[in-house]
Design a protein around this ligand. Sequence first.
Ligand code: ADP
Ligand code: 5GP
Length: 247
Amino acid sequence: MEFLGRDTESRDLVHVPNSRPCIGPPSEYDKEEVVTNMVFVVSGPSGCGKSTLIAKARRDLAGLAFSVSHTTRKPRPSERDGVEYRFVSEKVFARMVRAGRFVEWARVHGHLYGTSKAEVERKSRGHDLILDIDVQGTRQVRKKIPSAVFVFIMPPVFAELRRRLERRKEDSPEDISRRLRDAAGEILAFAEFDYVVVNDELERAVGELKSVIVAARCRSAVRAGALGPILRSFASRARSSPKKGKP
Ligand code: ADP
Ligand code: 5GP
């Protein structure tokens, strides 16, 4: 991620990559705190457009890494191991759970999905991180990374969600039925999130997701670490300010 900082040699404002210290205040809920740069959690029912929106936001905004989850689901024709997911057997997944290697994990639409600690630690080094996870995983992340920003993607209407899942042509009719059944419960969780983006018109929705990310990056607590050079430039000016009574 890039921050506005100040080159000590030059009078110009410059972009200083990775100048902010790690954030992540200690959780009052969980001792096993994960310390990272900013974490954005994007959730919503299958087919609502999470992957599409995340890909477009990442294309336009620098410094946003994507967290590649582990799953026991079989790869879709378009998916590559290590890119969309790390595809593993139930046995391997269970071993990882027992070894405590997940930040969060859940059974979703009949398959296991999880965010590994190694992935979060590796990808968030020098980057902000986006997680595309379900609402059960979101609740676990909220306990471990309370500073994360939570965004819910809402489909415009049920019939359009069905159309998108069917048009995507990646899941079997049985899988699509299950995902649509699960969606009815999932959307009720929207109020647990900091932001809701309704994905009706794609470009407008992408704009909203990007605005959330940009606004979160501008929070004073997040920016504070990068402000040192600016603040110091004012401090030196205060020392050399004119004596009292003289304009
Ligand atoms: P998710 O990751 O939430 O499961 P996808 O990003 O795969 O959803 O989107 C599901 C399908 O809907 C894809 O074929 C995608 O191209 C399409 N899609 C996404 N957003 C929109 C939109 N705003 N309008 C129309 N189609 C969309
Ligand atoms: P899909 O099979 O369509 O790729 O994903 C199905 C659901 O699993 C989506 O809601 C997606 O957000 C969720 N998911 C993907 N990765 C993870 C993960 O690591 N953890 C959890 N809890 N859910 C995930």
